[in-house]
Design a protein around this ligand. Structure first.
Ligand code: AMP
Ligand code: ZN
Length: 147
């Protein structure tokens, strides 16, 4: 193993509350969330930063982040929006050097809660939070089937 915690999550050797997984990506709850439902989307193959990430994979990564942002509006989280963010490189405060896209659900008027979350980074109930996001993914899939 290369000592990368996110590679260990991909390999199932470190714990994570996974929201979604396919051959290319894994999405799981951030262990120190800013808001409830703060999720990280990562490529399964290790790339330390955007300089080392296949651009097509970057597109796929964002594509799933986009999908998650839509799911967070629809499911139990009932978000009004989301912040999507990549800290790319130490200079940009990247602390885990395996590319990851933060998807941080937001609610209208949540600025004080967001600021408190940004400082405290306390976990919420993981199972119910994951279920709330998954319910949004299911609703999104139902909507897509209906058109
Ligand atoms: P950054 O590299 O600054 O973009 O952020 C790394 C993020 O990874 C932080 O939000 C951490 O809380 C999160 N994190 C670090 N280790 C884990 C882990 N084992 N499981 C889930 N999230 C993690
Ligand atoms: Zn890695």
């Amino acid at each position: 193993m290369n000592g990368c915690i996110f590679c260990a999550i991909v390999a199932g050797e470190a714990p994570a509350t996974k929201i979604f997984e396919d051959d290319t990506l894994v999405a799981f709850l951030d262990i120190r969330p800013i808001t409830r439902g703060h999720t990280l989307v990562i490529p399964k193959s290790h790339a330390s930063d955007l300089d080392h990430l296949d651009p097509e994979l970057g597109g796929v990564l964002f594509g799933f982040g986009h999908r998650l942002a839509k799911a967070m509006r629809r499911g139990g989280l009932a978000a009004d929006g989301a912040n999507l963010l990549i800290n790319d490189g130490k200079a940009a405060f990247q602390t885990v050097h395996h590319v990851h896209l933060h998807v941080i659900p937001r609610h209208s008027g949540d600025i004080l809660r967001f600021a408190r979350g940004f400082v405290l980074r306390r976990p919420h109930d993981r199972d119910s939070t994951a279920a709330a996001i998954r319910s949004g993914l299911d609703r999104l899939a139902d909507e897509e089937k209906a058109v």
